[in-house]
Write a protein that binds this ligand. Structure first.
Ligand code: SF4
Length: 512
């Protein structure tokens, strides 16, 4: 099926590429593609948020919720908690298990808590940008945890700075507290709703006040946010349902786009209001289903693992290939590979095994070590692939350098043919709504045909799932999803010149 952007998502070469062409002195970059050998950084998750009110062990439950959301952000983690009088917070750089230990958790004794795991879609990875952000204002304290990206944050921040406001972080989230604290906003009947009406972009947010927890979602519903209820009757909120499961809470419903949900300090009462009457179309991020969300989660009404299998089945229908085995690029390509195998009847095999213990800290010391770590992260099993014609299923290709390395490893292990199938269309455009892709110039599909990409990653054939095919695997009508990174059609106007470090550049300029 033709892709509206590429004209053709599929390409196969009639000839095999010889091993000697591939390995000695093989170039690692496509013309014009800037290569970062830190291949692990190709696709970066956004943020995950969790909140709960009521139980005496709220902080501990929040910790478990964050643990379950670790896949959504590994740069920093934090929890803010309220004991009814004061709010305190602990944040730090690193994984949840690195930021929190028994002693820290024991000292946080509140009965309501919000937590955050972060990957920086706006602002760099600095301690000051870790969330929740806790600040004092005229009406008391408030802590905020945010998943998404506020596209009008640079402009709003500049306006506030003109009136003397001082910002301590370079995160887009901090502006929200300044807006909330503004005296004329505090005079409004509903200050929070008033502030949210002025934000543009993607936001699923949690606010912790001393007497309540508020959860809200932008009116497009870009990022997920769900409400759960624990076995002992306390309400909680999370980016994904997998976090509810981690504390044995059951799914109640999603926070609706444009909705503010208030959970009282006791955690047993939930109230709803909408900050906007605007009932425009939804723009749920379809890439959450392709890659970001946990396979175990239910997102925008669909179970992620089932959607990924459907995508694999659809790919097998759109772009069949004669081969001996189907292997996934683990972990995110696994469900789509299974679907491809079921549909095509070609046996599914695990030909690449991830080494889960190669972590970020291992990736630090030197370029040589980083290159080695990438190789160690995914280990090819020669006995599985030797002499075989492979269908390799990947969820997406971003820069192409990681994929190319994996294909080379399969060839070295003796694969006879390598046919690549990708369970989403070519990514050609940046995301402004909370997902951090490389710059457009670094995207392998930006300005290149599928045939050129095939040549760069050196596979015998390459095919992507069509946009229509991908959307048919989701239960809402196509108009309910954002597909901008594939189609270039943004649900709301964006400034294509803005980068995630825009706020920092602005701040640095001020000191020049
Ligand atoms: S541009 Fe892509 S990644 Fe960003 S919200 Fe839209 S679908 Fe998701």
């Amino acid at each position: 099926m033709a892709h509206p952007q590429s004209g053709n998502n599929n390409t196969g070469s009639g000839h095999r590429i010889s091993l000697s062409q591939l390995i000695p002195g093989a170039e690692v970059s496509a013309p014009g593609v800037e290569v970062d050998p830190l291949a692990e950084y190709e696709k970066k998750e956004k943020c995950g948020i969790f909140g709960i009110a009521g139980p005496p062990d709220a902080v501990e439950r929040c910790y478990y919720g964050l643990y379950a959301l670790q896949h959504r952000g590994q740069e920093s983690a934090g929890i803010a908690t309220s004991d009814g009088q004061d709010i305190s917070a602990h944040t730090g750089l690193g994984l949840v298990a690195e930021v929190f230990n028994k002693n820290v958790l024991r000292d946080m004794t509140g009965t309501a808590a919000i937590g955050h795991v972060r990957y920086s879609t706006s602002g760099s990875n600095r301690k000051c940008n870790a969330q929740p952000i806790l600040e004092e204002y005229i009406d008391g304290q408030v802590a905020v945890a945010h998943n998404g990206n506020l596209i009008n944050a640079p402009r709003l921040r500049h306006e506030y700075q003109k009136y003397g406001h001082i910002f301590y972080s370079t995160s887009d989230t901090e502006i929200v507290i300044h807006m909330l604290a503004k005296p004329t906003h505090q005079e409004k009947a509903d200050p929070l709703a008033h502030v949210l009406r002025h934000l543009q972009g993607a936001f699923s947010m949690l606010f912790l006040f001393k007497d309540r927890l508020e959860a809200c979602r932008d009116s497009w519903g870009f990022r997920p946010l769900v409400i759960g209820k624990t076995r002992d009757g306390f309400y909680c909120v999370a980016s994904e349902t997998c976090a509810l499961a981690s504390i044995q809470a059951t799914f109640v419903r999603e926070v609706e786009p444009g909705e503010i949900v208030t959970i009282d300090r006791g955690g047993t009462t939930l109230k709803s209001r909408f900050y906007t009457e605007d009932r425009h179309a939804r723009a749920h991020c379809a890439f959450e289903h392709v890659y970001f969300a946990s396979p175990s989660s239910t997102l925008f009404g669909d179970t992620v693992v089932m959607v990924r299998q459907k995508m694999g089945r659809r790919l097998a229908i759109e772009s069949p290939v004669d081969a001996d085995i189907v292997i996934p690029i683990p972990d995110s390509g696994r469900s789509a590979a299974l679907g491809f195998s079921k549909q095509s009847g070609i046996p599914f095999e695990e030909g690449i095994v991830p080494n889960r213990y190669v972590g970020r800290s291992f990736l630090q010391p030197s370029q040589q070590m980083r290159d080695l770590a990438v190789q160690m992260k995914l280990i090819v099993i020669p006995d599985v692939v030797r002499g075989k014609r492979l269908v390799v299923v990947e969820d997406s290709i971003v820069r192409g350098t990681t994929t190319r390395g994996k294909i080379l490893a399969l060839r070295r292990a003796g694969a006879r043919e390598v046919h690549m199938r990708v369970s989403c269309p070519p990514i050609r455009h940046p995301c402004f709504f909370g997902i951090d892709f490389p710059t457009p110039g670094e995207l392998i599909a930006n300005g290149r045909t599928v045939a050129e990409i095939r040549e760069f990653i050196e596979v015998d054939s390459l095919a992507y799932l069509s946009l229509e095919g991908m959307l048919e695997c989701l239960s809402h009508p196509p108009g309910h999803y954002c597909t901008a990174c594939w189609s270039g059609t943004y649900p709301i106007p964006v400034d294509l010149t803005v980068s995630k470090f825009g706020l920092e550049r602005h701040q640095l300029k001020m000191f020049e």
